[in-house]
Design a protein around this ligand. Structure first.
Ligand code: BTN
Length: 259
């Protein structure tokens, strides 16, 4: 499997206007989020992408570590959106991952609220959005995407039983280059569609594996249980409790009760 992730191999004939037209590649680094943040603070051009061959200190949501050894995909994209589009970034990033995995591998994936991408019920990709916001001014927003591409699960027993990889599901390796190039095209397409009112929200809602299921949601110290009834346009989850009451959860970690 060709594994050349040089900036030129990514940008060559890439059919985007700005996302991925500038790529910074590191064979190994701490976290693409860290480098991207520094770049953004120095005014990097919108759409700059930081890609790593492996991360030594990859970070996940809720201050968790994210394992991203060689063979996995780790990248961060720098954007300067208007504040009104910030909640849509989670939706568009997870949809772009679902679309690109489908197009490159034929695998069908689903989204677990808010933005884990699952194949056959196990996590194959995680997304982290970090932004610098002052009042209504967004200094930057960074979409970080990690995909377990070519990982032999037997080498990473700590990932089992909740995670999987594309190669594990397919029984063969995938081209990280192809997945990354497709992902950048998809992200730009969805990002440019935001102002024309195309409904990313509806597609994201319909791709959620969570809705209608009994879930347990951890947000901060609170744990809520109930049926995931729906999601609002700002991305929050509406949870129906057994006593009939409804809670709106803006951010949290959902576990399906049957898992
Ligand atoms: C999660 O599911 O908790 C989110 C994981 C996000 C991982 C990606 S890999 C690329 C980018 N760099 C990081 O350090 N984290 C994100």
């Amino acid at each position: 499997m060709e594994n050349n992730l040089s900036p030129t191999s990514i940008t060559h004939n890439l059919e985007t206007r700005f996302i991925g037209q500038r790529v910074i590649y590191y064979p190994s680094l701490t976290s693409t989020m860290e480098v991207a943040k520094r770049e953004a603070q120095q005014g990097a051009v919108e759409g700059t992408v930081v890609v790593a061959g492996e991360q030594m200190a990859g970070r996940g949501r809720k201050k968790r570590a994210w394992l991203s050894p060689k063979g996995s995909i780790a990248l961060s994209i720098i954007l300067y959106p208007s504040v009104v589009y910030l909640p849509s970034l989670i939706m568009l990033a997870s949809l772009a991952v679902v679309h690109s995995i489908g197009e490159v591998t034929g695998l069908r994936s689903q989204i677990k609220w808010p933005n884990d991408v699952l194949v056959n019920g196990r996590k194959v990709s995680g997304i982290l959005i970090e932004s610098g916001v002052r009042g209504k001014i967004v200094d930057y927003a960074i979409i970080g995407i990690g995909i377990n591409a070519n990982l032999r699960l037997s080498d990473f027993p700590e990932l089992l039983p909740l995670a999987t990889s594309l190669s594990n599901e397919l029984g063969r390796d995938v081209s990280p280059l192809e997945v990354i190039r497709r992902l950048l095209v998809e992200i730009e397409r969805l990002y440019l569609a935001l102002p024309v009112g195309e409904s990313i929200y509806e597609e994201w809602r319909d791709s959620l594996v969570t809705l209608g299921k009994k879930v347990r949601v951890k947000s901060g110290k609170a744990i809520d249980e109930g049926i995931a009834e729906s999601v609002a346009r700002d991305g929050s989850l509406l949870l129906r409790h057994s006593d009939g009451s409804l809670t709106k959860i803006v951010a949290g970690e959902a576990t399906l009760a049957d898992k």
